[in-house]
Design a binder for this molecule. Structure first.
Ligand code: NAG
Ligand code: NAG
Ligand code: NAG
Ligand code: NAG
Ligand code: NAG
Ligand code: NAG
Length: 194
């Protein structure tokens, strides 16, 4: 008799566990067809925005915009400074001059990630502070072959008016001072978003 009761309890416990798991499963995620997505999320049609600006990566002076935050103990033995990591808060301006109007900041990390040639890994937020896109952000994540011009960097997402963005940034070194490491880079960004 006792055995039967225990068995019944055990079976009902198992069923309950199974229901719980199934219930959790059902409520954990939902998938919608893409054609309905923009309607359900209150988004409009997809459009393309093109942005043109200059990126100022300044290592020299009293107030550098990018600073070295880490390196490996053998980074200096590597011709491409493999292992070095910088944190940047670089101005984005309309023109190439340092006094040109600022439209945003590029904030984040870049580091040397290639031992065979100069290849940086970039994880940057382009945070815009002017005009229509003031307060909206785009994210860049990818490889930057900094000695090649032009080079392409992937736009992997965005916020604000750039919600659900994807796209590409084409970069071209405008000027580079080998003594100081200061660089100005021209960017053309094409971002698809809603
Ligand atoms: C959980 O999933 C069930 C079945 O799909 C659904 O009826 C219920 O509304 C969902 N509950 C929540 C809170 O989303
Ligand atoms: C560099 O770091 C590695 C790994 O921690 C260590 O084995 C090596 O001894 C270090 N070399 C020097 C020169 O400090
Ligand atoms: C951008 O937005 C911030 C926060 O809303 C505001 O303080 C600032 O004045 C705006 N800048 C411009 C140029 O509109
Ligand atoms: C964009 O980035 C800035 C700075 O990191 C942040 O303050 C702001 O909330 C971001 N905007 C959105 C819409 O997420
Ligand atoms: C950006 O686009 C302009 C206009 O098409 C072009 O003159 C310039 O060379 C481009 N720059 C880059 C870095 O692609
Ligand atoms: C590089 O920077 C140094 C130090 O500020 C300056 O003396 C030199 O003229 C610069 N070189 C170029 C090509 O701008």
């Amino acid at each position: 008799m006792m055995k039967v009761i225990i068995l019944v309890l055990l079976v009902s416990l198992l069923i309950e566990v199974a229901i719980c798991v199934e219930g959790d499963d059902q409520n954990w995620s939902t998938t919608e067809h893409e054609e309905d997505l923009h309607v359900n999320l209150g988004l409009g049609k997809e459009k393309v925005t093109r942005l043109h600006f200059y990126f100022h990566d300044i290592l020299s002076g009293k107030k550098p915009s990018a600073i070295k935050i880490a390196e490996a103990n053998n980074t200096n033995n590597s011709p491409y400074l493999f292992g070095v990591l910088f944190m940047a808060d670089d101005a984005l301006t309309v023109g190439p001059e340092s006094t040109s109007k600022i439209v945003g900041q590029a904030q984040g990390l870049y580091g040397s990630a290639d031992q065979q040639e100069l290849g940086l890994v970039l994880a940057l937020t382009l945070h815009f502070t002017e005009g229509k896109y003031n307060g909206s952000n785009l994210s860049i994540l990818g490889r930057n072959g900094a000695l090649q011009s032009p080079r392409e960097l992937p736009i992997v997402g965005g916020t604000g008016l750039f919600r659900f963005a994807r796209g590409v940034a084409v970069a071209n070194t405008y000027s580079y001072n080998a003594t100081t490491g200061d660089a100005v880079v021209e960017y053309n960004v094409s971002a698809i978003h809603y």
